[in-house]
Design a protein around this ligand. Sequence first.
Ligand code: NAD
Length: 362
Amino acid sequence: MTTHNVTLIRGDGIGPELAAVTKDVLEATGVSFEWEVMEAGIEVFEAEGDPLPPAVLESLRRTKVGIKAPITTPVGKGFRSVNVRLRKELDLYACVRPCRTFAGIDSYHSTMNVVIIRENTEDLYAGIEFEHDQEDTRALTELLGEFRPKQRLGPGTGISIKPISIAGSRRVVQYAFDFARKHDRKKVTAVHKANIMKFSDGLFLEVAQQVASENADIEFEDRIVDNMCMQIVQKPNDYDVLVLPNLYGDIMSDLCAGLVGGLGVAPGGNIGTDHAVFEAVHGSAPKYAGKNVANPTAMILSGVLMLKHLGEMDAATRLRDAVAHVLEQGEHVTYDLRPGRSHDGASSTTDMAAAIIDALNR
Ligand code: NAD
């Protein structure tokens, strides 16, 4: 039996609780793991001055596969997002987020099965930002003001730059087509705002159309992002694989998670050429930290994606079926899946994970 070396990042907030049960559930599949357990996040920042110590990246470079619990990003001041840094450092350019309904979960549509492929390294997340009234910003606003005097750029303007490249767009769109082909999906939809941002989103669309012409066995179409938001709410079954630049992909992921039952059940994976890190769509939910109430499903389903990535198809199917069984039964589920999101009668994180392990052993 192959033993898989995997980096497990415990994160912060609800992260450590979810990491612990996910490890137990993955081990219960019978697959053999050698874990490198790593710490990253807000407590590590407070203790060591860096929320992503070099040892974490070294471990991921060694194992090439990680599963990560959520990590807080302070709003405004503090440190830059560890999640974004990790994706950039390892060049995890494609973020894959399946959004499908499960029987037993109260959702807006009885069947929805869409996969979001979000570009992970460019766009407004590139971190090229200029704080208002700094020297850099003044020079930039003066320059921009010369070209666009009517837009009142000047002192008091913050600036974030949105880089979108041909190479960055090409590889993520190609990934979307490869994903569609591998998973027997029929259509790729590119999502953009090319009517307004002609040189960034326009480029993304142009490249997507070019890549589509090279992958003519899969149907292709494009949608403007605002229209896409409405369409996915009203007619999700018209869509299959969506490919989006970073910001739209981030927003659309939570929108689709909401449509299939909430953030508690939305898994994801960040994929690069050499490395992959799997994580839930949701964040560190600080208000629930340490309370043993958070839903472990999203992180466990991220584990299912990891098992597939490792070639452990049988274990992946068994674990997915075990999760589906517990969700359908509805007896051992956390508060967010209870009628009215009530904490009364809800299972704890550890109880739900134990029920999934029981279902695996049925
Ligand atoms: P969040 O996803 O943490 O929480 C949003 C809502 O969903 C909250 O009501 C929360 O309680 C609930 N929720 C989230 N996960 C849940 C779960 N597993 N079970 C039950 N309920 C759950 O989003 P937020 O509040 O915007 O962000 C909190 C922190 O997490 C921020 O610092 C943010 O930057 C960070 N974040 C990290 C990641 C990541 O690690 N990849 C992703 C998103 C947000």
